[in-house]
Ligand binder design. Sequence first.
Ligand code: NAD
Ligand code: TYD
Length: 365
Amino acid sequence: MNNCILVTGGAGFIGSNFVLDWLARSQESVINLDKLSYAGNLENLASLQDDSRHIFVQGDIGDTALVERLLATRQPRAVVNFAAESHVDRSIHGPEAFVQNNIVGTFRLLESVRAYWAGLEDKTKSGFRFLHVSTDEVYGSLSKEEPAFTEHHPHEPNSPYSASKAASDHLVRAWHHTYGLPVLTTNCSNNYGPYHFPEKLIPLVIVNALAGKSLPVYGDGQQIRDWLYVSDHCSAIRRVLEAGRIGETYNVGGWNEQANLSIVQTICGLLDQLRPRADGQPYRNQIAFVADRPGHDRRYAIDARKIERELGWKPAETFESGIAKTVQWYLGHQEWVANVQSGAYRDWVRTQYGNAEAGNAASAS
Ligand code: NAD
Ligand code: TYD
């Protein structure tokens, strides 16, 4: 069949890591469809500038005419759908973009793909896959004692973001059951690593620490997330695409549950070693407890035994190795950080953390 795949949202954090990893391992071309929202950044893909296997197209997954044209001319053997609005706090301030991009966008993409797939000849049709990249947040929140989410856990989303992702998961499922579209869904825990936009906890803490700003911890900082290094998420997606059973969902996680405060303290400790503060004080002095997120989910935890049992996938990185690589990456990519801190980024920081731009270290310590 045709030697290309269509990746949507491939200029964002996980999507760009996926495209880079894919092209480092395979000769198969990538058509990268991304509308370049505030989170999309072609600088992430700068190393592919002269690589003819990467074909970037700026556009929206909801633009049916564009997507149908791309599918017809490029004839991909698979679609991997990363495109989405992805930040919970933004979804609280402005949920409409989440409904539009994550729900309506996925619906339109599914319809374009269904029409394309229906017209394929038998051999290519049976090999075709639509892989939907989703999140553990669709399952809702766990107490400390409850077992981790399995694939059978009901969808109980609590934020506008997770509700929009849950809705898109349901659409994908329905397009399989009703129309036979050969879909796969992955539900992954919190990712971290290179090219992570500094609105999310881990890159925000690294960037603020180095800038001498306060490190905002919501509520009591005891909310628990499972953290997975981004290249492990990419390898899981490649494996599911290669061998996942059609119509199935696979949970992907790092077996690494940690409270937010502990994550922030670990980053502070690494920075103390790698880039000590000029005044000799520890970075943890910059930690500031701030108002909690409305409806803040207390705990996410992923039971990733199905993907290990059926597909032999396990994470390669520990949190210790992954977070050290991540901090090193940010230290070595200060220009990337400066470039993403545009006017729009500063507007967001003001909206979320107030006029003092998340305060400064002096006032927080
Ligand atoms: P991101 O916000 O960094 O990137 C999203 C990308 O999608 C951006 O490049 C943006 O321009 C693009 N995009 C958004 N709407 C689009 C549209 N309508 N048409 C075309 N492009 C569009 O997000 P991310 O963290 O890389 O997440 C990627 C996917 O993985 C999302 O679907 C997210 O729900 C899922 N996910 C993320 C995590 C995580 O920890 N970040 C964990 C599990 C699952
Ligand atoms: P985030 O990176 O936004 O991911 P998600 O909400 O999708 O899990 O946040 C991770 C955790 O860190 C979450 O419990 C909220 C918390 N958090 C803070 O305490 N302070 C912050 O400034 C941010 C952005 C997040």
